[in-house]
Design a protein around this ligand. Sequence first.
Ligand SMILES: [Mn+2]
Length: 315
Amino acid sequence: MPSNSIDHAFTARTLTGAASDPTYAGALSFMRRKFTKSLKGADAVVWGIPFDAAVSNRPGARFGPQAIRRASAIFDNDPQYPFGADLFETMSVIDYGDCLLDYGNHQKTPATIEREAAKILKSGAFLLSLGGDHFVTWPLLKAHAAKHGPLALVQFDAHQDTWYDDGRRIDHGSFVGRAVRDGVIDPAASIQVGIRTHAPEDCGIAILHGYDVEEMKAGEIAETILARVGHRPAYVTFDIDCLDPAFAPGTGTPVAGGPSSAKMLSVLRQLGALEIVGADIVEVAPAYDHADVTAIAGATIAMHYLGLLAAKKRR
Ligand SMILES: [Mn+2]
């Protein structure tokens, strides 16, 4: 159907309902949701965290939120596959814009993210964050744990992120170990999927390595995650480098031998039984991308989080 309106991101009168912007035009909020700093009435909040000063290799994930929002225009106003429904028919979702960070004062960054995230969570809304490098997950975990207690971490990643940490580092490769030591996540209920690098310690977290993921079917991977987490409050973090560089070249620390986007989206689709209390997609760095391959994968992962949420709300 041709579009009959444009710029839904700032012309929307309600927080529910499909947009009808042309795919190639219109203001680019995430999935054309209303851009607003008002949390009132929002079931879910999409928020960008444009930070990439913690990377160990290629920078550029600060442009991730912009790239993911732009790529999310492909979702237009159709029922969203594989959920078979307009996600926004009953679920109100806003685009809260980005987190303002001082690029010259990184020691302030984690507290700023945590404080802003806590404000969003206080409204009762679900928070879906768009990174940013993987360090941003640390303050996000803290904000969610303050509300729910120790979290089950479900981490899709090529890296364990348990490297040396003194508790103050601004490092995208050490926040998981810190989260275990600080009691922010419960390692016995946490799992990492797609790991294909070695770090000094696993901190008690279960791991499905790249070669495991290669041998297992998506359904088995989902079952393994559900069994590990049980009914505990779960935070899902998806580092786009979990995917093979063929499916996500636009990222800072790519590792060959990873799964396809099709397989991991199929895993996500089957996580409806998880008690997901928060989620993020991180490490999309569009400067290394080609034809928006990575941004589209990132936007689709983010859409899947909302799809799971909408399905839960419909039940
Ligand atoms: Mn990673």
